[in-house]
Ligand binder design. Structure first.
Ligand SMILES: *[C@@H]1O[C@H](CO)[C@@H](O)[C@H](O)[C@H]1NC(C)=O
Ligand SMILES: *[C@@H]1O[C@H](CO)[C@@H](O)[C@H](O)[C@H]1NC(C)=O
Ligand SMILES: *[C@@H]1O[C@H](CO)[C@@H](O)[C@H](O)[C@H]1NC(C)=O
Ligand SMILES: *[C@@H]1O[C@H](CO)[C@@H](O)[C@H](O)[C@H]1NC(C)=O
Length: 435
């Protein structure tokens, strides 16, 4: 009788799990404008929400799910979900996976993308809108024992759930203790990330640009050419024909890094042209506009201001990598380790100069010495840039490391916000007396 009841509870529990997940998915699409993604992806999701049996209200399950302490003596039976303290709206259950998803292959790590992605976002986040088990083999990953799915009704099979940067999502209503939550974020920390408090107690695995995140995630980089160019790289645009000095595109004024102050001081000592809303000149709008401008800049200008909007540990964006793909020497402002994150001798770091005036002096010196100036492009013989990290292998390889796969949640918030130091320019001002 006891056993029978236990099994009945479990069955109902599964039905409830499916119901709750389905319900959640529905309320998600109601947010409309905030999540246009849903519609795009919907047609491809294998989901049958129409055919879920209603759960009888007067059942042992209802009791199980709603009472924290129902005083029942089912505890000795593994098949009966036991309750841990609630995690907000999420019910935490200890029921083993072998019971919850008896058909699942235990050697396969199933990753459920909980936050919906459209194609563009998938790409932005390093995936290519390919799902399933085979995709890891197709990508020639070292580990191929992963399965990527985005069907929320398969919550019970998922070892890992993936959330990406956004205000707190609708958390799954049920969480098994053998599940791990992964959070992906591309941004650097900002005060608008206070919602991370909600993620903090839930997220086991961090995935972002920081080298000390659990899964390092980046889009841009460089690597050694398999076949280096036969001859030293020769500049296509000669220095003598570049009539202008320094250019930058800045559209977010008053950024945390205080780059505007640096630009203002620098332009007292050398000509600086700023495009975008923080300057006086405009590029045509959109990606194409930027490209048109960059094409023109490399013929006219010697240096480009690749100034990040914040000094955050390891944070470096396409502002650098885009510039490197042209014949412009990037002047970098940021907290990345550029000896590691940029090709050798490819950038000029403002932190290497006591003041904007000292930097301007060096730029003028380079402007008069073609060989020295061109030495900033010599790396192009040996290295090549890439902008398409393959996240499939990165993720599957990382999840095969026990230290990552079994990580407990906690500490995310403080760790995340400890990464930035935006007083660099203020200290420089104080030291150099250009306040
Ligand atoms: C949902 O499942 C029911 C019962 O299995 C089936 O009759 C119906 O066609 C399915 N709907 C869709 C959209 O697959
Ligand atoms: C995987 O390896 C095969 C054989 O070497 C190759 O043809 C294919 O392009 C590789 N796939 C990827 C995504 O690198
Ligand atoms: C920066 O990276 C280089 C090359 O990887 C390394 O040798 C150096 O120790 C790093 N510097 C800091 C401050 O981490
Ligand atoms: C992830 O963290 C939560 C909260 O600390 C924990 O209950 C869960 O067991 C962890 N997942 C794994 C696979 O260890």
């Amino acid at each position: 009788m006891f056993r029978h009841r236990a099994r009945f509870s479990l069955l109902l529990c599964l039905v409830l799990a499916i119901l709750l997940t389905a319900n959640q998915t529905r309320s998600g699409s109601e947010k409309g404008s905030e999540r246009p993604v849903k519609e795009t992806i919907k047609g491809e999701i294998v989901r049958n929400e129409t055919h879920v049996e209603p759960v009888p209200v007067e059942s042992s399950l209802a009791k199980n799910a709603d009472d924290d302490d129902d005083g029942d003596d089912d505890d000795d039976d593994d098949a009966v979900p036991r309750h841990l303290p609630d995690d907000g709206d999420t019910k935490i259950l200890t029921t083993p996976k072998s019971v919850v998803a008896p058909d699942a292959d235990p050697s396969v790590k199933t990753i459920l993308i909980w936050t919906s992605f459209d194609r563009a976002k998938m790409w932005w986040y390093g995936f290519r809108h390919e799902f399933g088990h085979e995709v890891f083999r197709r990508h020639n990953c070292t580990h191929t024992n992963c399965n990527l799915i985005y069907d929320r009704s398969k919550l019970n099979e998922a070892d890992f759930l993936m959330f990406y940067h956004e205000d707190p999502p609708e958390w799954p209503k049920i969480r098994y203790t053998w599940q791990s939550y992964i959070h992906i974020i591309k941004e650097r920390p900002g005060p608008w990330h206070r919602w991370l408090k909600d993620y903090e107690p839930r997220i086991n695995i961090t995935m972002n640009y920081r080298y000390d995140s659990d899964i390092r995630f980046f889009n841009n980089g460089f690597h050694k050419r398999r076949n280096p160019l036969r001859n030293p790289y020769t500049a296509k645009w000669s220095l003598s024909r570049k009539g202008k000095s320094v250019v930058g595109m800045i559209s977010h004024c008053g950024a945390d890094s205080k780059r505007d102050d640096y630009v203002a001081e620098l332009s007292k000592h050398i000509d600086v042209d700023i495009y975008g809303s923080c300057g006086t000149m405009e590029c045509p709008r959109g990606r194409d506009g930027t490209k048109q401008c960059m094409d023109r800049f490399q013929k006219q200008y010697k240096f480009y201001l690749s100034f990040e909007n914040a000094f955050c540990k390891d944070y470096v964006t396409e502002k650098l990598y885009r510039t490197l793909s042209y014949e412009l020497v990037p002047i970098v402002l940021g907290a990345a380790n550029y000896s590691r994150d940029a090709p050798p001798h490819s950038v000029i770091d403002v932190r290497d100069f006591d003041s904007p005036k000292a930097l301007a002096g060096y730029l003028k010196h380079l402007s008069r010495n073609e060989d020295e100036y061109n030495s900033y492009f010599a790396w192009k013989q040996w290295y090549v840039l890439f902008n398409d990290q393959d996240c499939y292998c990165t993720v599957c390889d990382a999840l095969n490391e026990p230290a990552v796969a079994n990580k407990k949640a906690g500490g995310y918030y403080d760790w995340w916000f400890s990464g930035c130091d935006n007083d660099v320019i203020d200290r420089m001002k104080e030291k150099g007396g250009w306040l």
